[in-house]
Design a protein around this ligand. Structure first.
Ligand code: NAD
Length: 375
């Protein structure tokens, strides 16, 4: 089985889908691995490192030629499709809701596209869960980015020259990214509070030593819905949340928003008026900016200033830690391939009725087959 690893298009995408470590592991299974020249530069991996691990390093067309599986972060581009044999598996973070045309093109080219972000949130698939591995780093980096822009200390310091007060940090959305943001801000010495619509997160927030800010009078999501994800909330809930949050936000130095609803635009959590209520010099990081944003006025790829408050909207936040993000993403891919590896066939075998295969397979036989993409 030949596995191809592509160089990404660049821009804000600096990650890569294999590292020398996973190249060695894939070869250990019995696969051959071809890596496009320059693929690892953004993640600080040289072509020589891949070659030393046993990969063939070559030009894009040669890497793709004859591959049984193509690994990418964002997946091959449309210009590559004529060179990829129908039936080839293409595994990447496919963003099917944002880039439907690409998925249709993959189907048209006869490819089997796997969306790694559709990996079921099950115990068996935990080591293949790219949303977790990438969101965790994004949550960490959001705190570091906020601290950098804030330009003041997180921790309270009592010095001979007087006291410096601790930064007040509010995390909105307590999934994987939010939990890591709470932990990181606490480690730096911030006074941390957090909110979510899912009741289960209250205990998680408190166990990390942060204060839970919750809407009490209207029901949120008490049990966890399908896959543990949030859904769109009622208008009554949104109004109660806005009122509660308004009073709290005005007292914060740093707000980090991470709220997402799968397959829908990100919920609006911070209005322009709430931004205006914050002290000048405060900082907001909108981690949901690529999905439409939680914060009014946030712009993808920019840091904008409103009323003296900086709103950070970095696109593709995991790419801001490309070496670590690539190491974890590559291991997610390896763990998936190894789970389906058939020693005798010396190839991965993907049973159509397996819950992981069903969960991630977007296209097959010329069609878009995933149930979430029907209609
Ligand atoms: P996500 O990225 O989809 O969303 C981030 C957070 O935003 C979530 O906690 C969500 O509840 C919250 N949110 C949505 N709308 C909101 C609103 N209006 N106001 C405030 N907060 C809002 O979440 P995620 O990190 O992908 O986690 C989703 C679920 O998956 C969680 O239940 C998590 O525990 C679970 N999970 C399971 C596994 C596993 O079992 N393998 C691994 C990781 C995560």
């Amino acid at each position: 089985m030949k596995i191809a690893v592509l160089k990404e298009a660049g821009g804000v995408e600096t990650r890569v889908a294999a590292t020398p470590e996973t190249v060695k592991k894939l070869m250990g299974l019995g696969a051959s691995v071809a890596v496009e020249a320059g693929a690892g530069f953004g993640a600080r991996i040289s072509d020589a490192d891949y070659a030393a691990a046993g990969a063939t390093v070559a030009a894009r067309a040669d890497v793709i030629a004859g591959a049984d599986m193509v690994l990418g972060v964002q997946g091959p581009q449309l210009a590559d499709l004529p060179n990829i044999v129908p039936g080839t598996i293409v595994a990447a973070i496919q963003s099917p809701f944002n880039d439907r045309a690409k998925i249709e093109a993959y189907a048209g080219a006869g490819l089997i596209a796997y969306a790694m972000e559709f990996m079921p949130r099950t115990t068996r698939a935990q080591s293949m869960d790219v949303l977790s591995s990438q969101s965790n780093l994004a949550g960490y980096k959001a705190v570091i980015d906020a601290g950098e822009t804030y330009g003041r200390a997180f921790a309270m310091m009592m010095t001979a020259a007087g006291t410096i007060s601790a930064a007040r940090v509010f995390i909105m959305g307590v999934g994987v990214a939010g939990l890591q943001a709470i932990a990181t801000a606490r480690r730096l010495g911030g006074v941390v509070s957090a909110t979510d619509v899912r009741a289960a997160t209250k205990e998680q927030i408190e166990s990390l030593g942060a204060k839970a800010i919750f809407v009490e009078k209207v029901a949120g999501i008490s049990g966890e819905g399908a896959g543990g994800y949030a859904t769109e909330m009622s208008d009554e809930y949104k109004a109660a949340q806005a009122e509660l949050v308004s009073a709290h936000i005005a007292k914060q130095d740093i707000v980090i928003t991470t709220a997402l609803i799968p397959g829908r635009p990100a919920p609006r959590l911070v209005t322009d008026a709430q931004v205006a209520s914050m002290r000048p010099g405060s900082v907001i990081v909108d981690l949901a900016v690529d999905s439409g944003g939680n914060v009014e006025g946030a712009v993808a790829g920019e840091i904008v200033e409103r009323y003296g408050v900086k709103i950070i909207g970095h696109s593709n936040p995991a790419s801001r830690m490309a070496p670590d993000a690539s190491a974890l993403y590559s291991r997610n891919l390896f763990n998936m391939i190894s789970a389906f590896w058939d020693k005798e066939a010396k190839a991965a075998v993907w049973p159509a009725d397996d819950d992981i295969v069903k969960g991630i397979k977007l296209t097959e036989g010329g069609k878009v087959v995933h149930e979430r993409l029907q209609g």
